[in-house]
Design a protein around this ligand. Structure first.
Ligand code: F6R
Length: 233
């Protein structure tokens, strides 16, 4: 089921999604207080990109307790020469170094080898997503199987073009990445999709109301039971 929320601007969108993250962080600790027996952690899937920057800023300002949180990032470039543009660097600068998360609880898809018999980032409490201008989620590009698992992928020309704004030139953009698959993303208990800007309007409409097809990877979200969409122009 999709619950669609149009926000008046980027700040309102970031605040609204920060409320959901805060609620999830508190939910687990309240549960722990009322039930002395066993305490589960709050498990999140997190995106990078320009869309969540305001959200991470808001979360840092709220000074929340992340000590029991576990995070799985959606994707990472496969190129260890690009430290400043790596998604690990992005997450560290925008979120991790400002909060009290245990660094042993921060995971990236290249850590997949740690769990040979378990899917990376499966069954998390809350998965946050952005959407690419071609309808990708994480780096599941158009044509990715709805059954896809975490794996190495080639980025499309469109994504390389979109991401070149973060690099000195388009030739510096890595062409390969490791991405969480659509299957583990869909195993999340709750998913929030964020989209910011007029240039995302058409693809968002296609993903939410169009045909459910592997040509528009985000359209798979129509089949999930608990998705919140927060968008602004
Ligand atoms: C990044 C990711 C990507 C982005 C998407 C939108 O971790 O998973 O799918 O969410 O490319 O990027 P922005 O937010 O820069 O428009």
């Amino acid at each position: 089921m999709l619950e669609i929320n149009k926000c008046k601007d980027y700040q309102e969108m970031s605040d609204a999604v920060a409320d959901k993250v805060e609620k999830q962080l508190l939910k687990k600790s309240e549960y722990c207080l009322s039930d002395n027996t066993w305490c589960d952690d709050s498990r999140f899937i997190l995106p990078t990109g320009s869309t969540p920057i305001g959200l991470y800023k808001e979360l840092v300002n709220r000074d929340l307790d992340w000590s029991d949180a576990i995070t799985y990032n959606l994707d990472e470039y496969l190129d260890n020469t690009i430290h400043e543009q790596s998604y690990f660097h992005f997450m560290n600068e925008n979120l991790f170094k400002h909060i009290n998360i245990d660094e042993d609880n921060i995971w990236f898809p290249y850590d997949i080898a740690v769990w040979p018999d378990k899917e990376y980032g499966e069954n998390v409490d809350l998965c946050l997503l952005g959407i690419g201008s071609n309808g990708h989620i994480a780096f599941n590009e158009p044509g990715s199987s709805f059954e896809s698992k975490t794996r190495v992928v080639d980025l499309t020309e469109q994504t390389i073009q979109d991401n070149s704004r973060f690099f000195p030139s388009i030739d510096d953009v890595p062409t390969k990445a490791i991405t969480m698959g659509l299957k583990p993303i869909m195993s999340s208990k709750k998913i929030i999709l964020m989209a910011n800007g007029k240039h995302k309007k058409d693809i968002l409409h296609k993903a939410l109301y169009g045909e459910i097809t592997e040509d528009v990877p985000a359209s798979i979200l129509q089949t999930h039971t608990n998705v919140g969409v927060f968008y602004c122009d």
